[in-house]
Design a protein around this ligand. Structure first.
Ligand SMILES: *Cc1c(COP(=O)(O)O)cnc(C)c1O
Length: 402
């Protein structure tokens, strides 16, 4: 039996999801550039440039700074496995699926991992970690700066303090927050920080940028046992990304091209301007959603992650029907909830290239249409009108401050 398979022709969607986000045309162009070998002298220069860009985005001077050939979960795996050996104590702050994943990976490396939890929609209290670690020798504290499954932002300074008191390394997942939320790896003394290419960096999925402090490097050197994972052993991976450029594995060269261009876009815009853009667009989105009578999962504004907004699905409204209608009628993809909050929330992503005023206004109008079709009472034009006023207020405020 032969079956004809047609030429690839994917739909062009607006991906307002918690990743992947839509990408800038310049990134597509970089992706289609000619392949070169991973040991080609020209490509070595390209690797240098990629690392220079990454250090600027992480705000670090760390020698070990590179994109891992893996999705964001590979970043979690590398961070945890390089630090923990059997019998080491670690504490993971868990407030959603992704921080839970870090806990799960840690338990595979050591049997002495403590989970400190917060209810979905809230950050973990650093005080609870301090209590959990009292009297113990803790090797690492892990948390997610942005917990994508619930849309919660965690402030890092209190955790750095606890890590100092306990003599622990601080490991931070910034997969959903890098290049969208203020982060200064060196100034905040984060020991290991990793991210994902497909979220606020707006490159295709498949790379996990990571950076490691000198303090953490020293901990790696003092290991008694080898890292369980050959692929994610950061010291040997640095034979390739370090000055020797020795073969370790063949990296996804085209993805490195794309990531390099995506990072150039980040720095052309400027980190601070980009953080502000994410903040302002989420404020407008939230103003519009609330004007339509919708409620958010994360109650405290200071706890809201600018890249992902978790909206409580109102009673009588069908989760899947709304998401299908958004896709079929408006070409917009949003995400639902995971696990215990499946069917209870929508997650609207405004990440990187997607975090734009026209997208916010289009999404609010489209959602309003879907809700009206299901008989949900929304004030006519309330969402879009209120979002427009939110933008005007920000514009007036910046005009005054100029
Ligand atoms: C998306 C995400 C991950 C996992 O990334 P993958 O690329 O899906 O492996 C991990 N942590 C956070 C906070 C995320 O948002």
């Amino acid at each position: 039996m032969t079956q004809h398979i047609g030429e690839l022709n994917p739909p062009v969607r607006l991906m307002l999801t918690p990743g992947p986000s839509s990408v800038d045309p310049r990134v597509y162009r970089a992706l289609s550039m000619p392949l070169v070998g991973h040991l080609d002298p020209w490509f070595r220069g390209c690797m240098d440039e990629t690392q220079i860009l990454l250090r600027q985005i992480f705000q670090t001077e760390n020698r070990i700074t590179m994109p891992l050939s893996a999705s964001g979960s590979g970043g979690i795996e590398a961070s945890v496995l390089n630090v923990l050996e059997e019998g080491d104590d670690a504490i993971i702050a868990v407030n959603g699926i992704f921080s839970e994943r870090m806990y799960e990976i840690a338990t595979r490396a050591s049997s002495k991992v403590t989970k400190v939890e917060a209810p979905y929609g809230k950050p973990v209290d650093a005080e609870d970690l301090r209590r959990a670690g009292r009297g113990k020798k803790i090797k690492m504290i892990g948390l997610a700066q942005g917990e994508t499954s619930t849309g919660v932002l965690t402030k890092l300074d209190a955790f750095r303090k606890v890590a100092d008191e306990l003599g622990a390394l601080l490991v931070v997942d910034t997969v959903a927050s890098l290049a969208a939320v203020p982060l200064h790896v060196d100034r905040e003394r984060i020991d290991i920080c990793f991210s994902g290419s497909q979220k606020a960096l707006s490159a295709p999925p498949g790379m996990s940028p990571i950076t490691v402090s000198l303090v953490a490097e020293e901990v790696f050197r003092k290991r008694k046992t080898r890292v369980q994972s050959w692929y994610f052993d950061l010291t040997t991976a640095m034979n390739y990304w370090g000055k020797d450029r020795l073969y370790h594995h063949t990296p996804p060269i085209s993805l490195i091209f794309a990531l390099r261009e995506a990072m150039r876009l980040v720095l052309e815009e400027g980190l601070e301007a980009r953080w502000e853009r994410h903040r302002v667009n989420q404020l407008a989105l939230i103003a519009g959603l609330e004007a339509m009578g919708l409620k958010l999962l994360v109650e405290k504004p200071a706890d809201r992650l600018p890249t992902v907004t978790a909206v409580i699905i109102p009673g009588g409204v069908d989760d899947v029907k709304v998401r299908n209608q958004l896709l079929d009628e408006f070409n917009i993809e949003i995400a639902g909830g995971f696990g215990s909050i499946k069917g209870k929330i929508w997650r609207v992503g405004l990440m990187g290239y997607c975090s734009q005023k026209p997208n916010v206004l289009l999404f609010l109008a489209a959602l309003e249409k879907c809700l009206i079709d299901q008989g949900f009472q929304v004030g006519s034009g309330a969402g879009v009108g209120t979002a427009i006023r939110s933008y005007s207020q920000v514009e007036a405020a910046t005009a005054v401050s100029r």
